[in-house]
Ligand binder design. Structure first.
Ligand SMILES: *Cc1c(COP(=O)(O)O)cnc(C)c1O
Length: 377
């Protein structure tokens, strides 16, 4: 593995190779380059005025990563008591935590309120009733449904309401003694379509005006996550996206509006490299199969939703097409097809790039394969 793939940071690549050479840690494991994370944290939010960055913990809740992000001063977006517990254990105060999951379990809600968290998203009457009962007077923000076209991991079907209904929900929250503070949306994860943010901001503006007419003075706009990272294709960079978002907001919203940004994937995704091992090879009909020790169930779940990873092996053979599968006995455990790779030997390392987000957080111990360890480098 001497040639540096051209889309990975050269320093990261050297750090990865040095770690592998020096360590006797047994694969599979996930290496996360702190310097890449730090660089992303410095970039995100920089071009959006009056903004706060709140890391979506579900992307990667590894405690060392959370500690590192905490030391860099980020806030956090959470959805469960497990995520709260881990943040509490590293001393993150409630003023730096929000929860944007529109439907919360009662157990989580009780713990969040007890901890002092005061920002809650919602998109239904039932949730307002719940919040009014268990978190009286809290700040709430309504989840608007926005286009998710061009996002590789769309989220729009599960949550969000249209503008008119959102307007009524803000009114209802006020009636119930809550403080309607703002609006949120999510353009879809790994969003390659910059227009989605424009449309979303326009819709939010419509709602903002309706609320004003209803006598509700909102103060914040939460633009969710969605910033894309490089997997196998080039993507628009964060700076370009944020400049467009900032322009769209500046044109339509009052100067003092507070902007929340909730990136997950973009903070940790391209800082991660899975170190895996080729455990077998087979020819099945015309297909050549490569079996590796990280699969759909212990790290690469997003591959079945369409995320395509970049793989690197050390072989100098001519590239051929492979079907890549994980180690479990389940036929669902097929990671990718038609991947061009020079043939490796069984026992060789295979590296999987841009794998820092939505990998370990999805992993299970299905079939007895353990969840790979995360190591910060
Ligand atoms: C998952 C999630 C995010 C993070 O999305 P990314 O696409 O990883 O940036 C942000 N906000 C909410 C509410 C989410 O559910």
């Amino acid at each position: 593995m001497n040639a540096t793939p051209d889309f990975i940071d050269k320093t990261t690549w050297n750090k990865v190779l040095n770690y592998i050479a020096a360590s006797d840690e047994a694969p599979p494991y996930l290496l996360v380059d702190k310097d890449v994370v730090r660089k992303k944290v410095t970039t995100i939010g920089k071009n959006i005025r009056n903004s706060r960055v709140l890391y979506a913990v579900k992307a990667n809740p590894d405690i060392q990563i959370l500690q590192f992000l905490n030391s860099l001063g980020l806030g956090f977006e959470i959805a469960s008591e497990g995520e709260l517990q881990i943040l509490a254990s590293i001393g993150v105060g409630p003023e730096r935590i929000i929860t944007s999951n529109p439907i919360k379990t009662l157990k989580f809600l009780h713990q969040a309120v007890a901890y002092g968290i005061n920002y809650f998203a919602y998109d239904s009457i039932a949730e307002v009733d719940k919040l009014a009962k268990y978190a009286p007077g809290c700040n709430v923000y309504v989840r608007l449904s926005v286009p998710n076209e061009g996002s590789e991991w769309p989220l729009s079907k599960k949550f969000g309401v249209e503008v008119d209904e959102a307007g009524e929900l803000l009114l209802y929250a006020k009636e119930k003694g809550l403080n309607p503070a703002g609006i949120t949306f999510h353009v879809g994860s790994q969003c390659n379509n910059v227009y989605n943010w424009n449309t979303a901001v326009e819709k939010a503006k419509e709602l903002w005006e309706i609320s004003e007419q209803n006598g509700i003075r909102l103060t914040m706009l939460d633009i969710g996550g969605g910033y894309p990272i490089h997997y196998t294709k080039n993507v628009v960079d964060v700076e370009t996206i944020e400049k467009k978002i900032d322009k769209a907001i500046a044109k339509r919203f009052p100067k003092e509006v507070e902007i929340f940004i909730e990136p997950g994937r973009a903070v940790v995704g391209d800082a991660g490299v899975f170190v895996s091992t080729v455990i077998g090879k087979a020819r099945r009909g015309d297909e050549r199969w490569l079996y590796i020790d990280v699969g759909v169930f212990n790290g690469l779940m997003e591959s079945i939703g369409g995320i395509k990873y970049e793989y690197v092996v050390g072989s100098r053979n001519e590239p051929e097409k492979w079907t890549i599968a994980g180690p479990s006995c389940d036929s669902f455990d097929v990671i990718d097809r038609d991947v061009e790779l020079p043939e490796p030997e069984v026992g060789n390392r295979i590296l999987i790039l841009s794998s820092g987000a939505y990998t370990i957080s999805y992993a299970s111990e299905f079939n007895g394969f353990s969840i790979p360890k995360t190591i910060l480098i």
